[in-house]
Design a protein. Structure first.
Length: 428
Protein backbone atom coordinates (compact mmCIF):
# COMPACT_ATOMS: atom_id res chain seq x y z
CA UNK A 1 0.00 0.00 0.00
CA UNK A 2 1.70 3.26 -1.10
CA UNK A 3 2.17 5.92 1.56
CA UNK A 4 1.75 9.69 1.13
CA UNK A 5 5.49 10.01 0.61
CA UNK A 6 5.40 7.52 -2.28
CA UNK A 7 2.66 9.15 -4.30
CA UNK A 8 3.06 12.07 -6.73
CA UNK A 9 2.31 15.43 -5.11
CA UNK A 10 -1.14 16.95 -4.92
CA UNK A 11 -0.51 20.54 -5.96
CA UNK A 12 -2.62 23.68 -5.67
CA UNK A 13 -1.58 26.21 -8.31
CA UNK A 14 -2.65 29.54 -6.83
CA UNK A 15 -3.02 32.46 -9.24
CA UNK A 16 -5.14 35.61 -8.99
CA UNK A 17 -6.54 35.23 -12.52
CA UNK A 18 -6.92 32.35 -14.93
CA UNK A 19 -8.61 31.56 -18.23
CA UNK A 20 -10.54 33.00 -19.96
CA UNK A 21 -8.19 35.88 -19.09
CA UNK A 22 -5.16 35.61 -21.38
CA UNK A 23 -1.73 36.66 -20.18
CA UNK A 24 1.70 35.42 -19.25
CA UNK A 25 0.76 34.57 -15.66
CA UNK A 26 -2.37 32.72 -16.68
CA UNK A 27 -0.63 30.69 -19.41
CA UNK A 28 2.23 29.83 -17.02
CA UNK A 29 -0.23 28.50 -14.43
CA UNK A 30 -2.06 26.46 -17.05
CA UNK A 31 1.11 24.92 -18.49
CA UNK A 32 2.31 23.92 -15.02
CA UNK A 33 -1.05 22.33 -14.13
CA UNK A 34 -1.20 20.40 -17.39
CA UNK A 35 2.35 19.11 -17.02
CA UNK A 36 1.76 18.01 -13.43
CA UNK A 37 -1.26 16.00 -14.51
CA UNK A 38 0.63 14.42 -17.42
CA UNK A 39 3.37 13.48 -14.94
CA UNK A 40 0.90 11.61 -12.75
CA UNK A 41 0.46 14.32 -10.12
CA UNK A 42 -2.82 15.91 -9.10
CA UNK A 43 -3.30 19.61 -9.82
CA UNK A 44 -5.96 22.11 -8.86
CA UNK A 45 -5.91 25.74 -9.93
CA UNK A 46 -7.25 28.10 -7.28
CA UNK A 47 -8.22 31.49 -8.68
CA UNK A 48 -10.57 34.44 -8.35
CA UNK A 49 -14.16 34.55 -9.54
CA UNK A 50 -14.56 36.83 -12.55
CA UNK A 51 -18.18 36.58 -13.64
CA UNK A 52 -21.24 34.54 -12.79
CA UNK A 53 -21.06 32.97 -16.26
CA UNK A 54 -18.12 30.85 -15.08
CA UNK A 55 -18.73 27.90 -12.72
CA UNK A 56 -17.12 27.87 -9.29
CA UNK A 57 -15.60 24.50 -10.18
CA UNK A 58 -14.83 22.90 -13.51
CA UNK A 59 -12.54 20.25 -14.97
CA UNK A 60 -10.19 21.36 -17.74
CA UNK A 61 -8.85 18.79 -20.20
CA UNK A 62 -6.63 19.29 -23.23
CA UNK A 63 -8.02 16.52 -25.40
CA UNK A 64 -11.08 14.25 -25.15
CA UNK A 65 -10.44 11.42 -22.71
CA UNK A 66 -7.33 13.04 -21.22
CA UNK A 67 -6.93 13.42 -17.48
CA UNK A 68 -7.66 17.01 -16.52
CA UNK A 69 -7.19 19.37 -13.64
CA UNK A 70 -9.82 21.23 -11.70
CA UNK A 71 -10.24 25.00 -11.57
CA UNK A 72 -11.68 26.32 -8.30
CA UNK A 73 -13.00 29.90 -8.34
CA UNK A 74 -13.54 31.68 -5.04
CA UNK A 75 -13.90 35.15 -3.61
CA UNK A 76 -15.69 38.23 -4.92
CA UNK A 77 -16.70 38.61 -8.55
CA UNK A 78 -14.97 41.22 -10.66
CA UNK A 79 -13.02 41.75 -13.86
CA UNK A 80 -9.24 41.87 -13.87
CA UNK A 81 -7.92 44.79 -11.84
CA UNK A 82 -4.84 45.59 -9.72
CA UNK A 83 -6.96 45.23 -6.57
CA UNK A 84 -7.99 41.67 -7.40
CA UNK A 85 -4.84 40.13 -5.92
CA UNK A 86 -5.70 41.65 -2.53
CA UNK A 87 -9.43 40.99 -2.64
CA UNK A 88 -8.80 37.28 -3.18
CA UNK A 89 -6.74 36.82 0.00
CA UNK A 90 -9.54 36.07 2.55
CA UNK A 91 -11.39 33.56 0.37
CA UNK A 92 -8.19 31.85 -0.84
CA UNK A 93 -6.95 31.52 2.75
CA UNK A 94 -10.21 29.93 3.90
CA UNK A 95 -10.23 27.52 0.94
CA UNK A 96 -6.62 26.40 1.50
CA UNK A 97 -7.34 25.71 5.18
CA UNK A 98 -10.61 23.91 4.51
CA UNK A 99 -9.01 21.76 1.78
CA UNK A 100 -5.78 21.04 3.66
CA UNK A 101 -6.27 17.27 3.61
CA UNK A 102 -6.65 17.29 -0.18
CA UNK A 103 -3.33 18.91 -1.13
CA UNK A 104 0.35 18.58 -0.26
CA UNK A 105 1.96 21.78 -1.54
CA UNK A 106 0.91 25.22 -2.83
CA UNK A 107 2.60 26.85 -5.81
CA UNK A 108 1.74 30.53 -6.18
CA UNK A 109 2.30 31.91 -9.69
CA UNK A 110 2.76 35.70 -9.37
CA UNK A 111 2.59 35.90 -5.60
CA UNK A 112 2.02 39.64 -5.29
CA UNK A 113 -0.74 40.06 -2.74
CA UNK A 114 -2.36 36.67 -3.10
CA UNK A 115 0.80 34.95 -1.86
CA UNK A 116 -0.22 36.19 1.59
CA UNK A 117 -3.09 33.70 1.48
CA UNK A 118 -0.69 30.80 0.98
CA UNK A 119 1.51 31.97 3.87
CA UNK A 120 -1.44 32.56 6.20
CA UNK A 121 -2.85 29.11 5.45
CA UNK A 122 0.57 27.53 5.91
CA UNK A 123 0.51 28.53 9.60
CA UNK A 124 -2.59 26.41 10.07
CA UNK A 125 -1.88 23.54 7.68
CA UNK A 126 1.89 23.10 7.49
CA UNK A 127 1.62 22.81 3.70
CA UNK A 128 4.80 24.13 2.03
CA UNK A 129 4.62 27.10 -0.31
CA UNK A 130 6.52 27.83 -3.51
CA UNK A 131 6.56 31.39 -4.84
CA UNK A 132 7.16 32.24 -8.48
CA UNK A 133 7.46 35.96 -9.21
CA UNK A 134 6.50 37.01 -12.72
CA UNK A 135 8.14 40.41 -12.43
CA UNK A 136 11.14 41.90 -10.66
CA UNK A 137 10.75 43.99 -7.53
CA UNK A 138 8.25 41.80 -5.68
CA UNK A 139 10.44 40.30 -2.96
CA UNK A 140 12.52 43.48 -2.60
CA UNK A 141 9.38 45.66 -2.78
CA UNK A 142 11.26 47.62 -5.42
CA UNK A 143 8.06 47.99 -7.42
CA UNK A 144 6.07 49.33 -4.45
CA UNK A 145 7.20 52.97 -4.72
CA UNK A 146 4.16 54.13 -6.70
CA UNK A 147 1.79 52.39 -4.27
CA UNK A 148 3.52 54.05 -1.32
CA UNK A 149 3.24 57.45 -2.98
CA UNK A 150 -0.50 56.96 -3.41
CA UNK A 151 -0.86 56.61 0.36
CA UNK A 152 1.44 59.54 1.10
CA UNK A 153 4.67 57.66 1.92
CA UNK A 154 7.97 58.53 0.29
CA UNK A 155 9.82 55.29 -0.44
CA UNK A 156 13.12 56.95 0.50
CA UNK A 157 12.04 57.96 4.00
CA UNK A 158 12.43 55.84 7.12
CA UNK A 159 8.73 54.94 6.95
CA UNK A 160 9.07 53.85 3.34
CA UNK A 161 12.14 51.73 4.06
CA UNK A 162 10.38 50.09 7.00
CA UNK A 163 7.32 49.23 4.93
CA UNK A 164 9.43 47.75 2.14
CA UNK A 165 11.55 45.70 4.53
CA UNK A 166 8.35 44.39 6.13
CA UNK A 167 7.16 43.23 2.68
CA UNK A 168 10.46 41.41 2.15
CA UNK A 169 10.23 39.71 5.56
CA UNK A 170 6.65 38.64 4.88
CA UNK A 171 7.29 37.09 1.48
CA UNK A 172 10.54 35.50 2.69
CA UNK A 173 8.41 32.96 4.56
CA UNK A 174 7.95 30.80 1.45
CA UNK A 175 9.68 27.42 1.43
CA UNK A 176 11.11 27.86 -2.07
CA UNK A 177 11.40 30.49 -4.78
CA UNK A 178 11.15 29.57 -8.47
CA UNK A 179 12.95 32.33 -10.37
CA UNK A 180 12.03 32.88 -14.02
CA UNK A 181 15.04 35.09 -14.79
CA UNK A 182 18.56 35.68 -13.56
CA UNK A 183 17.51 39.18 -12.44
CA UNK A 184 14.86 37.71 -10.15
CA UNK A 185 17.30 35.05 -8.97
CA UNK A 186 19.80 37.78 -7.98
CA UNK A 187 17.06 39.81 -6.29
CA UNK A 188 16.02 36.75 -4.27
CA UNK A 189 19.58 36.05 -3.14
CA UNK A 190 20.10 39.73 -2.29
CA UNK A 191 17.01 39.57 -0.04
CA UNK A 192 18.86 37.07 2.12
CA UNK A 193 17.17 33.89 0.92
CA UNK A 194 19.62 31.02 1.27
CA UNK A 195 20.74 29.23 -1.88
CA UNK A 196 18.88 26.02 -1.07
CA UNK A 197 15.53 27.79 -1.41
CA UNK A 198 16.36 29.56 -4.68
CA UNK A 199 15.78 27.72 -7.97
CA UNK A 200 16.19 28.98 -11.55
CA UNK A 201 13.00 27.75 -13.21
CA UNK A 202 12.10 30.02 -16.14
CA UNK A 203 8.73 30.07 -17.83
CA UNK A 204 9.34 27.41 -20.50
CA UNK A 205 8.34 26.87 -24.10
CA UNK A 206 6.67 23.84 -25.61
CA UNK A 207 9.32 23.37 -28.27
CA UNK A 208 7.36 20.56 -29.93
CA UNK A 209 4.53 23.02 -30.63
CA UNK A 210 6.64 26.12 -31.20
CA UNK A 211 8.88 24.89 -34.00
CA UNK A 212 10.06 26.07 -37.40
CA UNK A 213 8.17 25.15 -40.54
CA UNK A 214 9.65 24.90 -44.02
CA UNK A 215 8.45 24.70 -47.57
CA UNK A 216 4.77 24.01 -48.15
CA UNK A 217 3.90 24.05 -44.44
CA UNK A 218 5.33 27.53 -44.04
CA UNK A 219 3.51 28.75 -47.16
CA UNK A 220 0.27 27.48 -45.64
CA UNK A 221 0.97 29.46 -42.46
CA UNK A 222 1.70 32.60 -44.47
CA UNK A 223 -1.43 32.14 -46.54
CA UNK A 224 -3.34 31.95 -43.27
CA UNK A 225 -2.16 35.50 -42.62
CA UNK A 226 -3.27 36.55 -46.11
CA UNK A 227 0.27 36.62 -47.52
CA UNK A 228 1.00 34.65 -50.69
CA UNK A 229 4.18 36.45 -51.82
CA UNK A 230 7.68 36.74 -50.35
CA UNK A 231 7.24 39.96 -48.41
CA UNK A 232 8.77 40.16 -44.94
CA UNK A 233 6.35 39.58 -42.08
CA UNK A 234 7.17 41.19 -38.72
CA UNK A 235 5.21 39.87 -35.72
CA UNK A 236 4.36 41.55 -32.42
CA UNK A 237 2.48 39.49 -29.80
CA UNK A 238 1.50 41.04 -26.48
CA UNK A 239 -0.98 43.21 -24.68
CA UNK A 240 -1.80 46.45 -26.52
CA UNK A 241 -0.41 48.27 -23.55
CA UNK A 242 2.08 51.06 -23.00
CA UNK A 243 4.72 48.98 -21.21
CA UNK A 244 4.89 46.54 -24.14
CA UNK A 245 6.40 49.28 -26.31
CA UNK A 246 3.66 49.29 -28.93
CA UNK A 247 3.72 53.07 -29.28
CA UNK A 248 7.47 53.08 -29.99
CA UNK A 249 7.07 50.20 -32.44
CA UNK A 250 4.44 52.04 -34.46
CA UNK A 251 6.54 55.24 -34.41
CA UNK A 252 9.50 53.23 -35.72
CA UNK A 253 7.36 51.60 -38.40
CA UNK A 254 6.15 55.02 -39.52
CA UNK A 255 9.78 56.16 -39.80
CA UNK A 256 10.62 53.15 -41.95
CA UNK A 257 7.63 53.85 -44.18
CA UNK A 258 8.43 57.56 -44.48
CA UNK A 259 12.09 56.92 -45.31
CA UNK A 260 11.27 54.43 -48.06
CA UNK A 261 12.81 51.42 -46.31
CA UNK A 262 9.54 49.49 -46.50
CA UNK A 263 8.94 50.36 -50.14
CA UNK A 264 12.43 49.16 -51.14
CA UNK A 265 12.23 45.81 -49.33
CA UNK A 266 12.69 42.72 -51.47
CA UNK A 267 9.58 40.63 -52.02
CA UNK A 268 7.17 43.50 -51.59
CA UNK A 269 6.22 45.96 -48.82
CA UNK A 270 6.64 44.28 -45.39
CA UNK A 271 3.65 43.60 -43.17
CA UNK A 272 3.54 44.23 -39.41
CA UNK A 273 1.12 41.88 -37.64
CA UNK A 274 0.04 43.08 -34.19
CA UNK A 275 -1.55 40.34 -32.10
CA UNK A 276 -2.89 40.86 -28.60
CA UNK A 277 -5.80 42.09 -26.52
CA UNK A 278 -6.77 45.65 -25.67
CA UNK A 279 -6.66 46.52 -21.97
CA UNK A 280 -10.05 48.23 -21.52
CA UNK A 281 -10.29 50.36 -18.42
CA UNK A 282 -6.54 50.21 -17.80
CA UNK A 283 -4.55 53.45 -17.69
CA UNK A 284 -1.92 51.94 -20.01
CA UNK A 285 -4.34 50.71 -22.68
CA UNK A 286 -3.17 51.66 -26.18
CA UNK A 287 -5.52 49.64 -28.36
CA UNK A 288 -7.76 52.42 -29.59
CA UNK A 289 -5.01 55.01 -29.93
CA UNK A 290 -2.71 52.54 -31.73
CA UNK A 291 -5.35 51.78 -34.35
CA UNK A 292 -6.02 55.51 -34.75
CA UNK A 293 -2.28 56.14 -35.22
CA UNK A 294 -2.13 53.58 -38.02
CA UNK A 295 -5.14 55.09 -39.75
CA UNK A 296 -4.02 58.71 -39.36
CA UNK A 297 -0.51 57.97 -40.69
CA UNK A 298 -1.78 56.00 -43.68
CA UNK A 299 -0.20 52.75 -42.51
CA UNK A 300 -3.27 50.60 -42.97
CA UNK A 301 -1.77 48.62 -45.86
CA UNK A 302 1.33 47.63 -43.88
CA UNK A 303 -0.04 47.14 -40.35
CA UNK A 304 -2.73 44.65 -39.39
CA UNK A 305 -4.26 44.21 -35.92
CA UNK A 306 -5.07 40.53 -35.35
CA UNK A 307 -6.75 40.78 -31.94
CA UNK A 308 -6.01 38.32 -29.11
CA UNK A 309 -4.80 34.87 -30.16
CA UNK A 310 -5.14 31.71 -28.10
CA UNK A 311 -2.15 30.26 -29.98
CA UNK A 312 0.63 32.46 -31.36
CA UNK A 313 2.67 29.61 -32.85
CA UNK A 314 1.06 29.96 -36.33
CA UNK A 315 1.84 33.69 -36.23
CA UNK A 316 5.55 33.13 -35.58
CA UNK A 317 5.70 30.22 -38.05
CA UNK A 318 4.48 32.61 -40.75
CA UNK A 319 6.77 35.48 -39.75
CA UNK A 320 10.36 36.38 -40.64
CA UNK A 321 11.10 38.63 -37.65
CA UNK A 322 9.61 38.97 -34.16
CA UNK A 323 9.65 42.28 -32.30
CA UNK A 324 9.57 42.62 -28.49
CA UNK A 325 9.96 46.35 -27.70
CA UNK A 326 8.95 46.19 -24.02
CA UNK A 327 9.90 48.90 -21.53
CA UNK A 328 10.56 46.16 -18.97
CA UNK A 329 10.23 42.39 -19.10
CA UNK A 330 10.85 39.89 -16.31
CA UNK A 331 11.38 37.11 -18.84
CA UNK A 332 9.88 37.72 -22.28
CA UNK A 333 8.06 34.49 -23.12
CA UNK A 334 6.93 35.77 -26.51
CA UNK A 335 10.59 36.20 -27.52
CA UNK A 336 11.35 32.62 -26.47
CA UNK A 337 8.40 31.32 -28.46
CA UNK A 338 9.57 33.22 -31.55
CA UNK A 339 13.12 31.87 -31.23
CA UNK A 340 11.74 28.34 -30.83
CA UNK A 341 9.96 28.88 -34.16
CA UNK A 342 13.30 29.70 -35.75
CA UNK A 343 13.01 33.43 -36.35
CA UNK A 344 15.25 36.23 -35.04
CA UNK A 345 13.99 38.68 -32.44
CA UNK A 346 14.49 42.44 -32.28
CA UNK A 347 14.14 43.20 -28.57
CA UNK A 348 14.62 45.84 -25.90
CA UNK A 349 17.77 45.31 -23.86
CA UNK A 350 15.88 44.84 -20.59
CA UNK A 351 15.29 42.29 -17.83
CA UNK A 352 15.04 38.62 -18.65
CA UNK A 353 15.42 39.25 -22.40
CA UNK A 354 19.13 39.71 -21.72
CA UNK A 355 19.29 36.13 -20.41
CA UNK A 356 18.83 34.63 -23.86
CA UNK A 357 18.84 37.28 -26.63
CA UNK A 358 22.39 37.48 -27.98
CA UNK A 359 22.92 40.70 -29.92
CA UNK A 360 23.74 39.79 -33.53
CA UNK A 361 23.68 36.13 -32.48
CA UNK A 362 20.00 35.16 -32.47
CA UNK A 363 18.53 38.66 -32.64
CA UNK A 364 19.23 42.36 -32.26
CA UNK A 365 18.98 44.46 -29.10
CA UNK A 366 18.17 48.15 -28.74
CA UNK A 367 17.79 50.55 -25.79
CA UNK A 368 14.19 50.53 -24.49
CA UNK A 369 11.97 53.38 -25.76
CA UNK A 370 14.61 54.46 -28.31
CA UNK A 371 12.54 54.80 -31.48
CA UNK A 372 15.48 55.80 -33.69
CA UNK A 373 17.61 52.77 -32.80
CA UNK A 374 14.58 50.47 -32.98
CA UNK A 375 13.83 51.70 -36.50
CA UNK A 376 17.48 51.26 -37.47
CA UNK A 377 17.69 47.69 -36.13
CA UNK A 378 14.36 46.63 -37.58
CA UNK A 379 15.15 48.25 -40.91
CA UNK A 380 18.50 46.47 -41.06
CA UNK A 381 16.89 43.04 -40.81
CA UNK A 382 14.05 43.88 -43.19
CA UNK A 383 16.56 45.04 -45.82
CA UNK A 384 19.10 42.22 -45.49
CA UNK A 385 17.84 38.67 -46.12
CA UNK A 386 21.27 37.15 -45.51
CA UNK A 387 21.53 38.80 -42.09
CA UNK A 388 18.06 37.52 -41.23
CA UNK A 389 18.95 34.02 -42.32
CA UNK A 390 22.16 33.99 -40.27
CA UNK A 391 20.35 34.98 -37.08
CA UNK A 392 17.48 32.59 -37.81
CA UNK A 393 19.92 29.69 -38.14
CA UNK A 394 20.93 30.14 -34.48
CA UNK A 395 17.52 31.03 -33.06
CA UNK A 396 16.04 27.72 -31.96
CA UNK A 397 19.23 26.04 -30.79
CA UNK A 398 20.02 29.04 -28.56
CA UNK A 399 17.09 28.40 -26.19
CA UNK A 400 16.18 24.71 -26.29
CA UNK A 401 18.64 23.54 -23.65
CA UNK A 402 17.54 25.98 -20.93
CA UNK A 403 13.90 26.73 -21.78
CA UNK A 404 12.37 23.55 -23.17
CA UNK A 405 9.10 22.88 -21.34
CA UNK A 406 9.71 19.20 -20.63
CA UNK A 407 13.13 19.85 -19.11
CA UNK A 408 12.14 22.86 -17.00
CA UNK A 409 8.84 21.48 -15.73
CA UNK A 410 10.41 18.12 -14.90
CA UNK A 411 12.73 20.00 -12.53
CA UNK A 412 9.78 22.03 -11.20
CA UNK A 413 7.80 18.85 -10.52
CA UNK A 414 10.78 17.33 -8.72
CA UNK A 415 10.98 20.41 -6.47
CA UNK A 416 7.27 20.20 -5.63
CA UNK A 417 7.58 16.47 -4.93
CA UNK A 418 10.50 17.00 -2.53
CA UNK A 419 8.68 19.75 -0.65
CA UNK A 420 5.49 17.69 -0.38
CA UNK A 421 7.42 14.72 1.04
CA UNK A 422 9.40 16.86 3.49
CA UNK A 423 6.25 18.34 5.03
CA UNK A 424 4.63 15.08 6.10
CA UNK A 425 5.72 15.42 9.71
CA UNK A 426 4.37 18.95 10.13
CA UNK A 427 0.86 18.49 8.80
CA UNK A 428 -2.36 19.36 10.56
Amino acid sequence: MPTASDRPPRVVVLTTYFKPIIGGVESTAERLARFLVRSGAEARVLTKRISRDLPDREIVTGTPGATGFSVERVGPYGDRSPAGKWRLIPAATRWLISQRRAHDVVCCVDYRGVGCAALLARRMTGRPVVFQAQTTGVLSAGNADATLRRVGIDAGTRSGVLVKSAVTRLYSGADAFACISRDIERETRDAGIEAGRVHFLPNPVDTAHFRPLDGADRRVRRAGQGVTDDRVIVAFAGRLSREKGLSELLDAWHRLASSGVLARAAGGPPLLLVAGPDMPGHAWNLGESARAFVTDRGLGDSVRFCGPLTDVAPLYQAADIAIVPSHFEALGLSALEALACGIPVVASAVGGLLDFIVDDGNGLLFPPRDVAVLADRLGALISDPEHRARLAASARASIVESYDERRVLTRFTALLTRLAASSLGTRV
